[in-house]
Design a protein around this ligand. Sequence first.
Ligand SMILES: [Mg+2]
Length: 372
Amino acid sequence: MLRGTDSAPVIAGVETAVYTVPTDAPEADGTLSWDETTLVLVTVHGGGETGLGWSYASGAAKTVIDGTLSPVVTGRDALSIQAIAEDMSRALRNVGRPGIGATALSAVDIALWDIRARLLGVALTDLLGRARDRVPVYGSGGFTSYDDDQTARQLAGWAEHDQIPRVKIKIGESWGRHEERDLHRVALARKVIGPAAALYVDANGGYQAGQAIRVGHRLAEHGVSWFEEPVSSQDLAGLAAVRRQVTPDVAAGEYSWSLADSAHLISAGAVDCLQLDVTRCGGITEFLRAAALAAAHNLDVSAHCAPALHAHVGAAIRNLRHVEYFHDHQRIESMLFDGTLRPDHGDLVPDVARSGLGFQLRGQDAEKFRVA
Ligand SMILES: [Mg+2]
């Protein structure tokens, strides 16, 4: 705790590590397939405390952090996050803020918020200001690479075992070339979760606008209420056109690398709910600003992936709809860190008795997956 001390805590060092974890089965969505996932971890030290942050990112983010961001952060007052965040953003000018630059910046920013909360001896959500005690999640997986049995097992696990009343599956298989299988899997999902649970789909930009509108009408017949990235997130006019013509809410934003990207999605009328990813958008600093921007336009936000990181910031957002409980990431987070949360009746409940984010790296378990 800082009270009573007379000198400002200084960030003494920034460490980085890269972990690559194999998936438990081949995973694919509409436009990509993968069998491993990489997490870039940042550890900051200062004032006798440690802060953790991470991004699901290319290992190249480590180079950006070590070479470009660490020199900006080291030696700074650990409580001056807004100033450090601005300086990190400026330092990325020639590296490029979108993509790898934003993931690197986000991981460092999260670690800085974690250490600030730990230095002040409060939970991160209480540092930000709690808007709610419980954060609704939706179960997310239903990969296009799964067969019907795998899909049914996973969805039943969330709906029945974890009592999560919302699930999402991937559609748009092979860039929209398997529309009938997409719709078959939507019907299967509805059958497994029953009529009352919310059913969401994510096409990961696999369709073009006309096809997405046709598919959107058929999704409505199965009571689908969320149609994520029906077309590429870069196609703002396409997203807006789909949104105007289908019943499910259209969502996008997982590739918002900055506040400006979120502003573009909103001003194009492209989304009913703005997605934000704290590991990509610029960390907690930028997540808060983007959520405020959405609120000004009467929009909810939904947190994309990385459920362990989103529980605390999500609890501090008044216009939060839910956090994505992504199968791949919740599995990795519970493997690598102590202090992660399991859903309780469909909600994550941040442990406000622990300071900061409340995570501890499981050193030996993590070492097996360390690649850099
Ligand atoms: Mg998505």
